[in-house]
Ligand binder design. Sequence first.
Ligand SMILES: [Zn+2]
Length: 255
Amino acid sequence: MRPLAFLCLLTLTGLSAAEEKCVVWKLDDVKAGEQKRLAPGFKRVAEWAKAEKTVVTMGVICDSLAQPNAADVAWIKANAIENGGVIEFWHHGWDHKSWTDAAGKTAWEFKGPDQATQAKHLKDAADLFTKTTGLSFHVFGAPYNQNDDATIAAMDAVPALSIWMYGPKNDPKRQVLGRSLNIEVATGKVSYEKFAQDYTAKKPTGLMLLQGHAGMWSDESFQDFVKIAALLKKDGWTTLTASQYVNRAAKPAKK
Ligand SMILES: [Zn+2]
């Protein structure tokens, strides 16, 4: 066997996804309703992903679909990876609320409320998304990344959710994908300079699940995101959706 062919074969058989350098883009806060419309920033990222022949993931806040906007829903369908597009859409809660209770304590949609309430939010959101788009969620990420033990139990209400982005390490049933580096220095503000510093200092490998709020990005933030993606591409990172990453990691090496 020629050395080059042997090397390619090694690449196929010797590396699992966990050992590879994989990046998953976690972009939060898609809305698609008459009252809460899709932000143009998501369309800009989708166009970029198409041009780059790469993929991203976007989290949907599902109460926006109670009064769906036809054009926004058509955009979700057209861009969904199941329909040949570049986006894996994921479950980002029903209403994305946080509030202060009578005792002055902060609560979130999935941290504070009882299990039944959380289960209802999870199921209502998943059902409405499927009814509106014909698609199904496989991945969950809580608003504000806030959750508690009730959330772990409530997740059984939607068995198709097998992957949890920035989830709790003590969930025995779901594949939890954790947080390492950040691309945003504040919610909605990307910094290439800060990311490049952290990246050089920490030399990450394995999975990098990187969160952003593309709907809030200025032109400058979008350009910094593009620069970060270019840096990772140059350094040999493979870009996947969350489901692609997990399914790839679970498979035995190809023979
Ligand atoms: Zn959010």
